[in-house]
Write a protein that binds this ligand. Structure first.
Ligand code: PLP
Length: 377
């Protein structure tokens, strides 16, 4: 039996999502833009999914736009805001720990002449609202900040930062990449003071290739994809009806018991850490109050890829802990004070509600085995 502990990379689609994807492929194959009844049926199904997803973050369904995933949502949020407001206000605030889809996009804009301020966590790994406020001025058009870090599960104080920003600079557009917090923390667009929010389906048991961007009514986002004016002209391209329906079903599946599931994951995390502690030479790279869905550790003396493949041979699947893609270093863990050596031997264990204590025990005993065999080899 394989043990899948890489849920922050992607999740197994749930049965309800697969059924809905199937329905979208076999029954609702009309183009939502077509004027006949097949098109209308598809459009109605898409709007039903939109309503479910919008409801899960407390926004109006007219404020939710489907995309091909959070990478596109993040690009759309940043590039679209900058295109709308950046001429007069060419300054962007972000953090040093964002996902590559934000980091690379903002790096590119910086090369084109935008001023970028990247806020780093303080020495104790915490972000402080004051640091953001001090960086913002009348020239700032956008602040982009993630809710949960994908490498170590750190929960950023988005609500505190955004509400402080809005109090002092109400015209600054606030964007939050909520991918790793969506359906795991209770998210409400108003409580978060967010104008833009990026979501992805495949991290919550939906399919890859679909996501959404919440755009608060009145916020201008210039489309980055032009064409047939689907999604009210904000995102052209025929909607992926099957994947959108699957997205709606996945949200429904995850909607109940967010708080209870969080508690369950917290218990799994503490069970995991309690057992890991019994092995010498393992450093924890995730704070105690981080999201319990993601645990990052460093197994001193063993490089991530070596350990990853050792575990893979035993059908245990984890990520190398500081990977941004295909094992490339992102530098994010170092931002949180992890040494370079520890970052080189970091692995990320990411769980879901179906993860069992038995699976975790098997993982920990394989970890002990790895330490013994690889270190003595
Ligand atoms: N943002 C974060 C925090 C992520 O973890 C990911 C995926 O790893 C993305 C954005 C990109 O999402 P997608 O795979 O839907 O493009």
């Amino acid at each position: 039996m394989s043990i899948y502990l890489d849920n922050a990379a992607t999740t197994k689609p749930c049965a309800a999502a697969i059924d809905e994807i199937n329905r979208g492929l076999t029954e609702l194959y009309g183009n939502p833009s077509s004027l006949h009844s097949k098109g209308l049926q598809a459009q109605l199904a898409v709007d039903e999914a939109r309503k479910i997803i919008a409801g899960s973050i407390g926004c109006d369904s007219r404020e939710l736009y489907f995309t091909s995933g959070a990478t596109e949502s993040n690009n759309m949020a940043v590039r679209g805001t900058v295109a709308a407001y950046g001429k007069r206000k060419p300054k962007i605030i972000t953090t040093t720990v964002e996902h590559a889809s934000i980091r690379e996009t903002i790096n590119e804009l910086e090369m084109k002449g935008f001023e970028v301020i990247r806020i780093a966590p303080r020495k104790n790994g915490e972000f402080v609202p004051q640091d953001f406020i001090e960086a913002i001025d009348e020239k700032t058009c956008l602040i982009s900040m993630m809710l949960v870090n994908n490498e170590n599960g750190y929960i950023l104080p988005v609500k505190e930062v955004f509400s402080a920003v809005k109090r002092k600079f109400p015209d600054v557009i606030t964007h939050c990449d909520c991918v790793q917090g969506f359906m795991k923390l209770n998210i409400n667009v108003k409580e978060l003071s967010a104008d833009l929010i990026s979501l992805s389906a495949h991290k919550i048991h939906g399919a890859k290739g679909v996501g959404a961007l919440y755009i608060k009514k009145g916020t201008r986002v210039v489309p980055i994809i032009t064409g047939g004016k689907q999604e009210k002209g904000i995102r052209s391209g025929t909607e992926s009806v099957p994947l959108i329906l699957g997205f709606g079903a996945a949200v429904k599946y995850m909607s109940s018991d967010i708080t209870q599931r969080f508690g369950q994951l917290k218990e799994l995390k503490s069970f995991l850490l309690g057992n890991i502690k019994k092995i010498d030479g393992i450093n924890l790279n995730s704070a105690e109050n981080a999201s319990p869905y993601i645990v990052n550790i460093s197994v001193c003396g063993i490089r991530s890829e070596i350990l990853l493949h050792f575990l893979e041979e035993r059908e245990i699947y984890v990520s190398s802990g500081s990977a941004c893609s295909k094992g490339a270093q992102s530098g994010v863990l170092e931002q949180f004070g992890v040494s370079r050596t520890d970052a080189d031997s970091a692995i990320r264990i990411s769980m879901n509600a179906s993860t069992t204590k038995d699976e975790l025990l098997t993982f920990v005993s394989s970890l002990a085995d790895a330490k013994q065999r690889i270190m003595s080899a």
